[in-house]
Design a protein around this ligand. Structure first.
Ligand code: FAD
Length: 431
């Protein structure tokens, strides 16, 4: 065999896998459809989450893990770089680009009621960073360690063989078959590799097709103390999800929306910027860049056992919602360690499957019932969101967790809303 490992996809998960494998002495090739691998042309807020970010009461209460963290990741701010430490898997990554620490995240209602996810100024909750610099660091380390990188090459499908795997790829010079002892599918949410292995057949599509748009903007003046990342619920403008805002380089701001059906994300964003509560933020603002993303046919249930023969699935390729960048990186590392064990005749895949099932809240069926990604906007009016957020104004916690823990209070104040909350979860939130 020419290769020990073929990695399809050069996002954070695939690059981490290629780097780890090459550093450990495996013969590895990575194929990526983009010409410039580290260029970001899909919408991303570019936030490296240190705290768990999944909005779920179970996660809040420590009953369930999330985002690829079983043990929390920490960050060291050094004079010339920052270092992300992943104590669970046991590795660290240095990052040398610019960054801005966030100390908290706020959830916001249409009239501006605020709930703080974490105690303000407690400890670093997340870092805004330059994702392309982070990816370039991983790519450089992978190449330095000897990984072969094939840009402008599309992984079309994989097939298990008796002693390995064949991956069909299409590059500038045409199609060819790569052969290796193992492969990693790291080709993101619409993974061609996962599909070719038949792994989508048993996955339920939980949502309609999703469209995401991100505006990178200058001159935004968010009226929020300090700058925190606001997550804003305005069901009348977008019943499919919240508006999110994050800080970018040079004081730029990223504003994004996720919509579905006939609602274009551009319509939701444009109306948001005219909403009476938020319009003052955008008085002097202008859009400098637009990036988009989509999920067709919609978000699927997770792959419960992300190993098929000699192929290991990592990151968003096996996930229904984002694994986030840190989760994808952790997957890349864990998958390679599992592969190394298998190549040495030990049982590595059961450990990877066990870790995957524990490290991501989306594998917990209860998560879809209670938290989901966006049920509140489906079932509440703007006024009801204001009421709920006003009950918990200034409190610390995830809004879904606070609502779930205080249903009796809501029952007393607004019995009809209580009925909706306990009974009406959208079918898309899963069963
Ligand atoms: C709007 C939006 C904002 C987000 N913001 C954040 C954030 O701020 N922080 C955070 O942590 N996460 C964020 N995420 C999530 C994060 O981007 C993903 O969870 C993470 O990138 C997953 O990494 P991955 O390596 O699994 O897949 P991806 O990053 O999707 O990488 C897949 C790679 O495979 C390539 N590829 C795809 N198909 C093929 C093919 N057939 N052959 C070859 N190459 C292929 C793609 O070009 C891509 O480079 C955001 C996601 C969205 C949609």
């Amino acid at each position: 065999m020419k290769y020990d490992l073929i990695v399809v996809g050069g996002g954070p998960g695939g690059l981490m896998a290629a780097k780890t494998a090459a550093e450990d002495g495996l013969k590895v090739v990575l194929v990526e459809r983009k010409k410039n691998i580290t260029e970001i042309n899909r919408a991303c807020l570019s936030v490296f989450y240190i705290h768990k970010v999944t909005a779920s009461p179970e996660v809040e209460e420590g009953k369930s893990h999330a985002d690829g963290y079983i043990e929390p990741v920490s960050v060291e701010l050094l004079p010339d770089r920052c270092r992300f430490n992943f104590p669970g898997p046991g590795f660290s990554l240095d990052y040398e680009g610019s960054y801005v620490p966030y100390y908290h995240w706020v959830d916001m209602s249409p009239s501006g009621y605020l709930i703080h996810r974490h105690k303000p100024n407690d400890k670093i909750w997340a870092l805004f960073y330059q994702k392309e610099v982070f990816l370039a660091g991983l790519l450089a380390l992978a190449q330095k360690a000897g990984a072969e990188i094939l840009p402008e090459t599309i992984g079309m499908g994989a097939e298990n063989t008796s002693d390995g795997v064949k991956v069909q790829v299409r590059g500038k010079s045409g199609e060819q078959t790569l052969e290796a002892r193992t492969a990693i599918a790291a080709d993101g949410i619409s993974s061609a590799i996962v599909d070719s292995l038949g792994l989508n057949k048993d996955r339920k599509v939980m949502t309609p097709p999703i469209k995401i748009l991100d505006y990178e903007m200058e001159g935004v003046e968010p009226n929020i103390p300090g700058f925190t990342m606001p997550w804003i619920s305005v069901p009348s403008l977008n019943p499919y999800g919240n508006f999110g805002m994050g800080l970018k380089a040079e004081g730029r701001v990223s504003l994004f929306a996720m919509t579905s059906g006939t609602l274009a994300p551009s319509t939701a964003l444009d109306n948001f910027m005219k909403h009476p509560t938020f319009a003052p933020w955008f008085r002097n603002a202008r859009i400098v860049k637009k990036t988009a993303a989509s999920a067709e046919p919609g978000l699927r249930t997770p792959i419960g056992e992300p190993v098929a023969g000699n192929v290991v699935i990592i990151g968003d390729a096996g996930a229904p919602v984002e694994t986030w960048i840190q989760g994808a990186v952790a997957c890349g590392y864990q998958a390679v360690k599992a592969i190394e064990k298998e190549l040495n005749g030990q049982k590595g895949y059961p450990e990877y499957i066990d870790w995957w099932q524990k490290a991501f809240a989306f594998n917990d069926p209860h998560y879809w019932k209670v938290a989901g990604a966006f049920p509140l906007n489906y079932i509440c009016t703007d006024e009801e969101i204001d009421y709920l957020y006003s009950l918990f104004q200034g409190r610390i916690g995830c809004y879904m967790g606070l609502i779930a823990k205080n249903l009796e209070l809501i029952k007393k104040g607004r019995p009809e809303l209580y009925q909706k909350l306990v009974k009406t979860l959208p079918p898309e939130a899963g069963s």
